[in-house]
Write a protein that binds this ligand. Structure first.
Ligand SMILES: *Cc1c(COP(=O)(O)O)cnc(C)c1O
Length: 379
């Protein structure tokens, strides 16, 4: 069997996985015996806590949840915020807006601070709002806003939220495992991520790292049966790794392999270094070809980068996309409102040499650059 992919995915996520992660899915598992629950699920739960905090692992637990990442976000918000709670959402992109939409749909009393897609959250406004409104019980933000690749100032936000003693929820979907952090040091109460982002598993479940003392208060709060984080946690604790409803066994086994490979690479610090080098080479190469980044470099994460589409009337994104796909690379359309752009992810089983090959492939796919003056302008 050929386990090679026809192209690498520069689309986080799903993203490119290693052949060994994909291979780990090639057997079936029984969900109610120890081979699976103690042998696969429990080490994953423990391993995720170790990734999340080295300072106070005993204060935290991990709950795994079926579905894509958004399902876990919805489980986290719908379980953590009580009926009489009030949630402040910091939004600066599609994923921040989604947090707000989920909360409102669940009937949660919600305030949204939208700083726009190109600006970081307004920390002064956050501080003032928390000072002036003691009824706000919870604050939620996105860590890496995947819409633009903006890294939000998690430490500064955490500092303000904790000074005002509110519960702090973080959507670290596209950063956790690829960027160092310590949930205990930051005072994060709930953090959500999923299998198919920086840990480089395949899609099918998400997980929430939760402060045990806060999760214990959440019994009966959930607005949903299947997305009840508290009941899911109780099921996993009492069943020693057993999922309440059918577990995505093959995906979970692949994730266990992905966790092993993260350790083999040298842990989160080494992965962060690789992603950073990927992104540095991407931006250097793209700028040398005349492309411009949507965000200033100072606001950038190493996860995904937005570029303006070329202004030439001959340029068409789909044509460019197809040419790159033929050469073995799949890129992402843009998502920023009002800005004509595309995105390239630098996470997954993707290495600096792949990025160098990508830049060559892009230079050979710039069919809209025709005149000598245009070519000269690129130099
Ligand atoms: C990927 C992602 C999600 C979840 O998206 P799904 O498509 O549901 O997996 C949520 N937030 C952020 C910031 C993401 O990057």
């Amino acid at each position: 069997m050929n386990l090679e992919n026809p192209y690498i995915l520069l689309t986080p996520g799903p993203l490119s996985t290693s052949p060994t992660v994909r291979q780990a899915m090639l057997r079936d598992w029984c969900t109610w015996d120890d081979d699976y629950n103690l042998g696969v699920v429990t080490p994953i739960r423990e391993g995720l806590i170790a990734l999340a905090t080295s300072t106070r692992p005993q204060d935290y637990t991990t709950v795994l949840m079926q579905g894509s990442g958004t399902f876990s976000v919805e489980a986290m918000i719908g379980t953590a915020v009580p009926r009489d709670g009030r949630l402040l959402v910091l939004a600066n992109g599609e994923y921040g807006n989604r947090l707000g939409r989920i909360a409102i749909t669940l009937g949660i009393d919600t305030i949204i601070h939208d700083s726009g897609e190109l600006a970081p959250p307004d920390l002064g406004k956050l501080d003032a709002e928390l000072s002036g409104d003691p009824t706000i019980t919870h604050v939620v933000c996105v860590h890496n806003e995947t819409t633009t690749g903006m890294i939000n100032p998690l430490e500064a936000i955490a500092h303000i939220v904790k000074r005002h003693e509110r519960i702090f929820l973080v959507d670290s979907m596209s950063a956790f495992g690829g960027m160092p952090l310590d949930v205990a040091e930051l005072g994060i109460d709930f953090l959500v991520s999923s299998a198919n982002k920086c840990i480089q598993g395949v899609p099918g479940f998400g997980f929430v790292i939760a402060r045990i003392s806060e999760l214990q208060k959440c019994k009966g709060r959930s607005r949903s049966v299947s997305l009840d984080l508290y009941e899911q946690w109780q099921g996993m604790e009492k069943g020693k790794g057993k999922w309440r409803f059918t577990s995505p066994t093959h995906v979970v086994r692949a994730f266990a392999q992905a966790m092993t490979e993260l350790q083999e690479e040298g842990g989160v610090a080494a992965r962060y270094a690789r992603y950073s080098e990927n992104q540095r080479r991407l931006v250097g190469g793209m700028e040398s070809l005349g492309f411009r980044c949507v965000l200033p470099h100072s606001l950038h994460s190493p996860i995904i980068t937005g570029f303006y589409n070329p202004e030439s009337p001959d340029y068409d994104f789909m044509k460019f996309y197809e040419l790159l796909k033929e050469k073995g690379f799949v890129i992402y359309p843009g998502k920023v409102t009002g800005i004509d752009s595309f995105r390239i992810g630098t996470i997954g089983h993707v290495f600096p040499e792949d990025i160098d090959r990508l830049i060559v492939a892009i230079s050979q796919s710039m069919y809209w650059v025709k005149t000598e003056a245009e070519v000269a302008a690129l130099a």
